[in-house]
Design a protein. Sequence first.
Length: 252
Amino acid sequence: MTDAPGSRFTDGVRLAVTTLTVLPVRGGRVDRPAAAVAMSVAPLIGLLLGLTLAGLHEGLRALGGPALVAAGVTVAAGALLTRGLHLDGLADTVDALGSYRSGPSALEIMKKPDIGPFGVVALATTVLIQAAAVATLGWWPIVIAWTTGRLALSLACRRGVPPARPSGLGAMVAATVPLPVVLLAATAVGAAAIPAFPDRPWQGPLAVAIALAAVFLLLRHATRRLGGITGDVLGACVELATTLTLITLTLR
């Protein structure tokens, strides 16, 4: 007996919320059909995160908080709302790729509980850059950056990108999102980015395009070195896309 489409969609949305946020949502079925929905709607979760963080940032600024303090709190809140999973994935991925090892040897480095020097530098620079960028931006560019970060998950989980391991999060979500869904989501986020700077309507879509291009290159490198994606690689994709979007949006 097959599940009704509505039930499958609901399970997928629940999986997206419970995987990508700390919200205490009752979980549903966890399988590849649910994962396909979850990774397809990931940009919407990013939109909600972005709105929450942008509201926090604007509230702190309205209360007289210094720009850099408000930005630092905003980035820290973003990590808390996602359990720091994406930052952890970034550190593990950079450690593995920075080791110049390939295949099982590199994957073994990713599984270690400690963080190596490459990972520490990646974490520090990423958080620093994000905070410095947020300090200069208005609320809608912040929303676009966090939305683009989760759009990276849809791109990373598109059909044709294999998992690096036969089990785990990467194996469950790999190759579940149809390419037309990725293209539709990317177009929607790019269009939503146009109002980020009304006097430079090209800058928002350009920021989204640059972020996705970088994620595409990271995925190619991870596939060559690791054999495919893992949960850690997905986290690295999120942080890479978010950070590059923020950087591009700060350029004048």
